[in-house]
Write a protein that binds this ligand. Structure first.
Ligand code: NAD
Length: 481
């Protein structure tokens, strides 16, 4: 079985604990690699290495243009290894290879895009109303950046943080999820191949309490970029606030996908299906609440169930598979529990409704694609994030009611609107309290477009030009001549 090490200061090193834990293949249910159990001592070494790299090392001496070249080279190396990275991520996280292959090729763009931005960061020269005085501003890196990622999209969500953080001149310590660390370690190995100086990218694997917490608490860490659940996000936010650190938080969602009677229903159907069942519903942007207008509700639900029933569960490496396993055992238990809660609350289960038999030869955990109808906004299943292939269908009368239901949760990550009316599309997208609104589509994201949540879905934005500012701070310099 493959045994990984930590990457600290450009060296592959064993954890100080001398312990490893096994990572499972969610499809087979079998362990396939051993991941180092990092701890506070490893965090200390990694943070010191990152601090040296960005203050006194080669990284600190590079011009912004040279940093940009290095990031673009990293993008090229990632492109060359895209297939291998995708295979490792599928083995570790159970996502479909069909999706991961595309995602890993797309990953390259983050490094190219932010590599291109590195030497476009510039300050200003504010006018000062005193003669002989010059004032200018510089945009400087914030400091060692902790990049903490979840298990559902380890590489992509890592790239969303690492690419802008490095473009801004910071060095990073990445803490991937304890459930899916392998692809991040493999990615980090590419940093040397791309010629990044040692210490610019460090990876400490392990548990949230043993690695994540000391990392967030470390005084030299000045920025924390976190993607994960609401509870982890709250801990990180409070801990970071105690030492006035900058944070970006990408948290959970309970996104509404709203289908109006004037929508192109075929498109809306496929948007509803991919919105909830892609990655077995284990995406933050899952369209887990489907709001359907009264007049088309019954027909739409009928067609939805028929279409969802054709989804094939299976081996995520097979191109025929449409629904893969649930990534982790705790997540599987959570999804199955929520299905039971929904039944007890009186939601009508029209499809699925529990665990699925694993396909022959698989030992992993599967959940049947599940659809609940007659869901009301007060039910827990309509308010809390399940993070699984469980769809709540709710009906609404008119635009006002759709908005009221859609905005009626603590979350505000994303929303979808399906309508042929331009007026309605504009009004809805203005009034939806969500960081992303899709009209007549669902799930699109891009390295060029800001992404992030309103309310309990997070703070700050990733992707796009502005995201680099999340990793910069402004210095004002005064000259009296
Ligand atoms: P999680 O919060 O349990 O863990 C995320 C990461 O944080 C892991 O690496 C974990 O070890 C670490 N961690 C946990 N507690 C910590 C602490 N106190 N201090 C520091 N680090 C800590 O989340 P998860 O179960 O891995 O991921 C699923 C969640 O992520 C879902 O809620 C999902 O919606 C969310 N998510 C959000 C986005 C987004 O962009 N908004 C994207 C993907 C996933």
């Amino acid at each position: 079985m493959q045994q990984y090490q930590l990457l600290i200061g450009g060296e592959w090193t064993d954890p100080e604990s001398g312990q490893w834990f096994e990572t499972l293949n969610p499809y087979t249910g079998q362990p396939w690699a051993r991941i180092p159990r990092g701890g506070p001592g490893d965090v200390e070494r990694a943070v010191q290495a990152a601090e040296r790299a960005m203050r006194t090392g080669d990284w600190a001496r590079m011009t912004a243009t040279q940093r940009g070249h290095a990031l673009r080279r990293l993008g090229d190396v990632v492109a060359r290894h895209a297939e291998r990275l995708a295979t490792i991520e599928v083995r570790d996280n159970g996502k479909l290879f069909a999706e991961m292959g595309n995602q890993c090729r797309y990953l390259t763009e983050w490094f190219h895009y932010y590599g291109g931005l590195a030497d476009k960061v510039q300050g200003t020269v504010p006018p000062i109303d005193k003669p002989g005085v010059l004032n200018f501003t510089r945009q400087e890196p914030i400091g060692v950046t902790a990049c903490i990622t979840p298990w559902n999209s380890p590489l992509l969500l890592m790239a969303w943080k690492v690419a802008p953080a490095l473009a801004a001149g910071n060095a990073v310590v990445i803490k991937p999820s304890e459930f899916t660390s392998a692809s991040t370690l493999e990615f980090a190995a590419l940093a040397a191949e791309a010629g990044l100086p040692p210490g610019v990218i460090n990876v400490v694997t392990g548990y949230g309490s043993e690695v994540g917490e000391p990392l967030v608490a470390h005084p030299l860490v000045r920025k924390v970029a976190f993607t994960g659940g609401e509870s982890g996000g709250r801990h990180v936010n409070v801990a970071a606030a105690a030492d006035f650190k900058h944070v970006t938080l990408e948290l959970g969602g309970k996104s509404a996908n709203i289908v109006f009677e004037d929508a192109r229903l075929d498109d809306a159907l496929s948007g509803a299906i991919s919105g909830i069942f892609a990655a077995s519903g284990q995406t933050c942007i899952a369209g887990s609440r489907l709001l359907v207008q009264d007049s088309i509700h019954d027909e739409f639900l009928d067609r939805l169930v028929k279409l969802a029933a054709t989804a094939r569960l299976g081996d995520p490496m097979s191109p025929d598979t449409q629904i893969g396993p649930i990534t982790t055992e705790p997540q599987y238990c959570k999804v199955v529990d929520y299905i039971e809660i929904a039944k007890k609350e009186g939601a009508r289960c029209v499809m699925g409704g529990g665990a699925a038999e694993p396909p022959p030869g698989a030992g992993g955990r599967f959940v049947k694609p599940t659809i609940f109808a007659d869901v009301t906004p007060d039910m827990r299943i309509a308010r809390e994030e399940v993070f699984g292939p469980v769809l709540c269908v709710m009906r609404f009368k008119d635009d006002e009611e759709a908005i009221r239901i859609a905005n009626g949760t603590n979350y505000g990550l994303a929303a979808g609107v399906w309508t042929e009316s331009l007026r309605r599309a504009v009004e809805m997208s203005n009034r939806l309290v969500a960081g992303t609104v899709w009209v007549n589509t669902y799930r699109s994201t891009s390295y060029t477009t800001p992404f992030g949540g309103y309310k309990a879905s997070g703070l700050g934005r990733e992707n796009g030009i502005d995201a680099i500012r999340e990793y910069l701070q402004t210095k004002s310099v005064w000259f009296y001549t």
